[in-house]
Design a protein around this ligand. Sequence first.
Ligand SMILES: [Zn+2]
Length: 112
Amino acid sequence: MQHNHTFRTFAETGFGYVGLCAGCRVINVAFQNSLFCLTLDQFEAFAVMMHDRLAMRPVSTSHGKSLMLPTPMPNYFLLFSDEDLRNLCALLTEAAPVLEAERILSLSQRLN
Ligand SMILES: [Zn+2]
C-alpha cells in the first residue's frame, strides 16, 4: 500500500487517526494496530456499526476485552473493550462532519 498520494488527516488522538487519501479517495481509519480502509459511502455504516456494536459477539474473558468482531480471515478476530470502543467512536465522531461534507461534494461532482 505504498504510494505518494496526499493524505488529509481529519481526526487524530493517541489511539489513532482518521484521514482521506486525496489520490485514491480511500478513508483510513487507524486505531491501535488496525487499519480499516473504507470508501466515503462505507464510512457512515462503519461508524454506526462501531457505535451500536453491530456484528460483534460478546466474549467472556477476564481481561475486559469483551467484544469480538470477526474479520474476513477465518482465524483472526478483533477484540475491543468498552473503553476501546469509546476511543474509536470519539475519533469517528470527530471526523464525521468533514467526511460527510466530502461525500456530498464528491456526489455533486459525479452529477456534474
Ligand atoms: Zn492513495
